[in-house]
Ligand binder design. Structure first.
Ligand code: GNR
Ligand code: NI
Length: 174
């Protein structure tokens, strides 16, 4: 299992639209396993292939308390939405930033598993939020896109500053 590098905002590669998965082979299974390892290590509750610079419609998640319910979802399509919920979201590609986002409360989903078998899924609560957040990544969208342009620019500056500080402390300890 390998830890993959997670792209960070405002990296333009995060804006790439993911292509449908057509080949369900050992390489896809390995990517899914590596993404789960990367997600657990981060730690996060979801990860989209776009975030590790692989632009295919693949996402992994685990919203369980015990971190023992990994899921891999391929080629997801939302069939039905109901209601609205607001959740404070974060993103491994926008580290240290949290903001409220409105999402559908309940969704029904058609997708495939990592072997290519069709699956249908109903989700609510945090699972529904996480799936919608990951599906946004697959179309090149980030949760900060729901903020005003002014707030998004503040986020960009805060991340630049965080990176400068990380850089100078790395140099200081070298
Ligand atoms: O780890 C994550 N937590 C989270 C919290 C609220 C709403 C969405 C998420 S997803 C995020 C991991 C991530 O960036 N996935 O793309
Ligand atoms: Ni994210």
């Amino acid at each position: 299992m390998s830890i993959l590098t997670i792209l960070e905002f405002p990296d333009p590669r995060l804006r790439t639209k993911a292509q449908p998965v057509t080949t369900f082979d050992a390489a896809l299974k390995k990517l899914s396993d590596d993404m789960l390892t990367t997600m657990y290590e981060a730690p996060g509750i979801g990860l989209a292939a776009s975030q590790v610079d692989r632009h295919i419609q693949l996402l992994v998640l685990d919203v369980s308390e015990e971190k023992n319910a990994p899921m891999t979802i391929v080629n997801p399509r939302i069939l039905e939405r109901e209601g609205t919920q607001t959740c404070q979201e974060g993103c491994l590609s926008v580290p240290g930033i949290f903001a409220d986002v409105d999402r559908s409360d309940r969704i029904r989903l058609a997708a495939q598993d990592v072997a290519g078998n069709p699956i249908e899924l109903e989700a609510d609560g945090l699972l529904a939020v996480c799936i919608q957040h990951e599906m946004d990544h697959l179309i090149g969208k980030l949760f900060v896109d729901y903020l005003s342009p002014l707030k998004r620019d503040m986020v960009r500056k805060k991340l630049e500053k965080q990176r400068r500080h990380a850089e100078s402390s790395a140099t200081a300890s070298a």
